[in-house]
Design a protein around this ligand. Structure first.
Ligand code: ADP
Ligand code: MG
Length: 330
């Protein structure tokens, strides 16, 4: 028995193209080892191959090559044991509209061979906040409630590993909090959690370890702390009150003037704080009309990992407007 919850070696998936469609290599030989009891983040942009990987783990997609071992059980040699070690909350809302939450959990428990005496439908419905909807048809449930039910279904057979595929994409704050509270609780009880997300902040808060995949390849795997250490670049954009004559000059801050007259300042949050940047701006006699900061996001990580492999901050084109802008108060 290894101490990995999941071990993946040389995993490949090629989707056959439909009529006139080329085939698609969604996974191009992924090796991945996920530690037991971790909260593990699988990150990557849309189309990276995250759902494909997870659906292979769940037994919903058939791999083209490679091996997958779940809790020490090879997926091909021990399909039943490997399947019962994992519970998956899929990205798609694939629920039978004519089942009630309680009914859906009972059917799921039956599929996994959970004996009647060991079923805990009420407890699970309570956990996900669906107790009062236990007898409502799934088709009458809101999108958020359907997601809760998908989580409940993933938990029915007491899996050692819980996998959540983009659980918080497009959900409201209450549901997001319910999810994270439960993820923490289940992890404290010893469950290994694997989640995909393209929200870096979320991964940062929740995950001990992160793997990043892009175009079907793993481009990084590290502890969250180590990964974040690579991407603490910050950008501050200053709208000056009058045209800038002298650029601020201070160590650790790179200043540039854009065509629109705005001042772009780049720094690393580990070395310089926003106050020091603002001081440098004031020292250059620049009056600030408005200011925004931009934090490093997943895009920066990709830039850092794909374009420059050095320890330096990723190169950012100051002329490119970027996502994730936040207004800050002065
Ligand atoms: P992610 O979850 O990271 O957004 P996916 O695993 O859903 O990525 O998709 C990876 C790639 O495989 C994408 O290019 C997607 O279009 C393609 N793909 C996914 N599912 C299928 C399918 N059933 N048939 C053909 N191509 C697919
Ligand atoms: Mg996906």
């Amino acid at each position: 028995m290894t101490d990995a919850a999941i071990r993946i070696d040389g995993l490949r998936k090629t989707y056959r193209g439909g009529k006139g469609q080329p085939e698609k290599q969604a996974l191009k030989g992924i090796d991945l080892s996920i530690p037991q009891r971790s909260v593990f983040g699988l990150l990557g942009p849309n189309g990276a191959g995250k759902s494909t990987l997870i659906n292979i783990l769940a037994g919903l997609v058939v791999k083209s090559a490679g091996s997958v071992s779940i809790w020490g059980y090879d997926q091909d040699r021990n399909p039943r044991q490997s399947r019962s070690a994992i519970g998956v909350m899929p990205q798609e809302l694939n629920l039978d509209p004519f089942f009630t939450p309680r009914g859906a959990l009972e059917v799921q428990a039956g599929l996994y061979g959970v004996p009647k005496a060991e079923r805990r439908s009420d407890e699970i419905l309570e956990l996900v906040g669906l107790s009062d909807k236990a007898e409502s048809y799934a088709r009458t449930l809101s999108g958020g409630m359907r997601r809760r039910l998908l989580l409940a279904k993933a938990l029915v057979h007491h899996p050692k590993i819980l996998v959540l595929d983009e659980p918080t994409a497009g959900v409201d704050i209450e549901l997001r909090q319910m999810l994270w509270t439960n993820v923490r609780k289940l992890n404290e009880q010893g469950m290994t959690i694997i989640l995909t997300t393209h929200y870096l902040e979320e991964a940062q808060e929740m995950c001990d370890e992160i793997a990043i995949i892009n175009h079907g390849e793993k481009i990084a795997q590290d502890s969250t702390a180590n990964l974040l250490g690579r991407m603490d670049s910050r950008t501050m954009v200053i709208v000056p009150d009058s045209p800038v004559i002298d650029l601020p000059a201070t160590e650790g801050v790179e200043a540039a003037l854009r065509d629109d007259g705005n001042l772009v300042l780049q720094y690393r949050s580990a070395q310089t704080n926003a106050e020091q940047v603002l001081e440098a701006v004031r020292a250059a006699n620049i009056r600030i009309r408005d200011v925004r900061t931009e934090e490093a996001d997943l895009e920066d990580v990709f830039l850092a990992l794909t374009s420059s492999r050095s320890e330096d901050a990723p190169a950012v084109d100051p002329d490119q407007p970027r996502r994730g802008m936040h207004r800050v108060k002065l």
